[in-house]
Design a protein. Structure first.
Length: 23
């Protein structure tokens, strides 16, 4: 789904709600 960078992936896992809202 979000395979851009290791930091981004960690952030996405930490803020799954935020990622879903952004998408």
């Amino acid at each position: 789904m979000y395979h851009l960078h290791p930091v981004v992936e960690q952030k996405a896992k930490h803020l799954p709600l935020r990622m879903g809202k952004l998408k």
